[in-house]
Design a binder for this molecule. Structure first.
Ligand code: 0L1
Ligand code: MG
Length: 254
């Protein structure tokens, strides 16, 4: 078995057993293309367990997130069916290592995309948008990683919640995005914090998908990324995310 395959298995096991592992890059340096190869092998194991690819996530899309995690590059990961948490459902902490939540905007793809599109072209390939909550859970000890480590770890993807789908509004700029615990505001940002415009994040997703051989199919979800920092989850939290004009969604922590 190759080193990349071995590392992909270790990350997959760490996620399944909710047990952190040491950073891979501390054992042996690897580059970004190798990191994406590990990610693909990591997700392949989920697919072999019957989990379909349901979308992609964009990460480090805002200055706030890059600053929080000490990195300076956009990243992307894959979303599988087992990561879906229904709106208002209960999230069990025992299935995760040290999960955090962040508020995002999600797109629903309406037409197959197999090439890089501009932000303007993307508008013709989406039939709905909604408020989303992403639960990220690094499989590395102490939530510490290099850029290559986090990419190999599928960009910390762990779960996500979608609110009711809404028609695409005229603009996604200037929307307030609030993250709450039991009505207490934890973070407030603007959708402009997502690469200046969430459509720019979707355009970047088409570029990266094309580069790494993924095709965006109708019905797939693209998480555009956060504009604010992520928060650790604790027992009994009641998390809600709300975006101006896009509605709300939430979950309870047990
Ligand atoms: O913005 C993101 O979703 C990045 C997630 C990967 C890094 C992290 O765990 O914070
Ligand atoms: Mg995110």
């Amino acid at each position: 078995m190759s080193t990349l395959q071995t590392w992909a298995q270790r990350l997959d096991q760490a996620a399944m057993q909710a047990t952190a592992i040491p950073q891979l890059s501390l054992q042996q340096a690897f580059d970004l293309d190798e990191a994406y190869a590990i990610q693909a092998l990591n997700i392949e194991q989920r697919k072999q367990r019957g989990q379909a690819l349901v979308g992609l996530k964009m990460g480090f899309t805002s200055q706030a997130k890059m600053k929080q995690m000490g990195v300076s590059d956009l990243i992307w990961g894959r979303l599988t069916q087992d990561m879906v948490l229904g709106d208002a459902e209960v999230l069990s902490l025992s299935k995760f290592i040290h999960p955090r939540v962040e508020i995002e905007v999600a797109f629903r793809i309406s037409e197959r995309i197999d090439r890089e599109l501009s932000a303007e072209e993307c508008k013709g390939k989406v039939d709905a948008v909604c408020t989303a909550l992403e639960i990220i859970d690094s499989r590395y000890e102490n939530f510490k990683f290099s850029l290559e480590d986090v990419v190999a770890d599928n960009c910390s993807s762990a779960a996500f919640v979608l609110g009711p789908w809404k028609p695409v509004p005229d603009t996604l700029n200037g929307l307030n995005m609030g993250l709450y615990n039991r009505e207490t505001l934890m973070e407030m940002g603007s959708s402009d914090g997502i690469m200046g415009d969430p459509w720019a994040s979707l355009a970047a997703a088409t570029r990266l998908a094309q580069r790494y051989g993924e095709i965006l199919e109708p019905g797939m979800v693209i998480l555009a990324g956060a504009s604010t920092a992520a928060h650790f989850l604790e027992p009994a939290m009641q998390i809600k995310g709300a975006v101006d004009g896009l509605g709300a969604c939430g979950f309870q922590v047990a």
